[in-house]
Design a protein around this ligand. Structure first.
Ligand code: NHR
Ligand code: GAR
Length: 219
């Protein structure tokens, strides 16, 4: 099978991007990152990409008259690269339906909560405030409804009584770095597919997310 091409969108430090770069380097993932795009010029993710010899693009959302105009500018960068998969890795702009439809079924996000709990922002503080015993991260395909597309993999972490949003975020991020490359690998190997809007794994409906537990994927 030909190596899959990826485009990664970031806004922040890019540690998930780094986990993907490392998985490719270590031959755990047979793919090539064609470009990394950021809406923030100071994103650590742009530096990580440059250090890995990956083409980078900075595109400032505040210079566009609408969300859709910004999204169309990103599409003009992405489309000539013909990616098999577009990856949101700490990308912080909500995307318009024009963008979502264009990359339907080949757009993945990682979200720092056990979806459907805590859609949107500030997930770690919400888990602490609600005294949740567990928290975690979810990889999902992106649909028009925010943080609600079909789930691929989830990982849980315990919430400690003395956790701050920062300490909890770090524990979650560690799991993110495991599950995101794995979900990307499943997509690139052609093991994930859609039947209408239903997600299939190895041709069977994926009723609930795969769970990452004790270093293994469990169905
Ligand atoms: N777009 C769509 N249409 N659907 C999703 O599921 C998306 C999406 C874009 C990004 C990531 C998501 C997350 O995992 C994501 C999922 C940003 C915001 C947000 O409110 C919410 C969710 C996510 C990403 N962003 C503010 C906005 O006005 C800006 C915040 C900032 O710049 O710091 O876009 O959590
Ligand atoms: C990650 O925890 C990711 O799940 C979250 O931001 C962090 C990015 O870290 N994403 C969102 O909150 C999307 N709204 P990174 O830049 O080091 O990968």
């Amino acid at each position: 099978m030909e190596k899959a091409s990826l485009v990664v969108l970031v806004s922040g430090s890019g540690s998930n991007l780094q986990a993907i770069i490392d998985a490719i380097k270590n031959q755990q993932l047979d793919a090539e990152i064609k470009a990394v795009i950021s809406n923030r010029e100071d994103a650590g993710g742009l530096q990580r990409a440059a250090s890995a010899g990956i083409k980078t693009f900075f595109i400032d959302h505040s210079q566009y008259p609408s969300r859709e105009a910004f999204d169309r500018a990103m599409m003009q960068i992405i489309d000539p690269l013909k990616p098999d998969l577009v990856i949101l890795a700490g990308f912080m702009r909500i995307l318009s339906s024009a963008f979502i439809e264009h990359y339907q079924h080949r757009l993945l996000n990682i979200h720092p909560s056990l979806l459907p709990k805590y859609k949107g922002l500030n997930t770690h503080q919400q888990a602490i405030d609600n005294h949740d015993p567990v928290h975690g991260a979810s990889v999902h395909y992106v649909t028009d409804e925010l943080d609600s597309g079909p789930l691929v993999i989830q990982a849980e972490v315990p919430v400690m009584t003395d956790d701050t949003a920062q300490s909890l975020a770090a524990r979650v991020l560690h799991e993110e770095h495991k599950i995101y490359p794995l979900a990307i690998k499943l997509h690139c190997e052609g093991r994930l597919a859609f039947d209408g809007n239903r997600l299939l794994l190895d041709k069977q409906p994926l009723q609930k997310a795969l769970q990452w537990q004790h270093g293994k994927l469990i169905q």
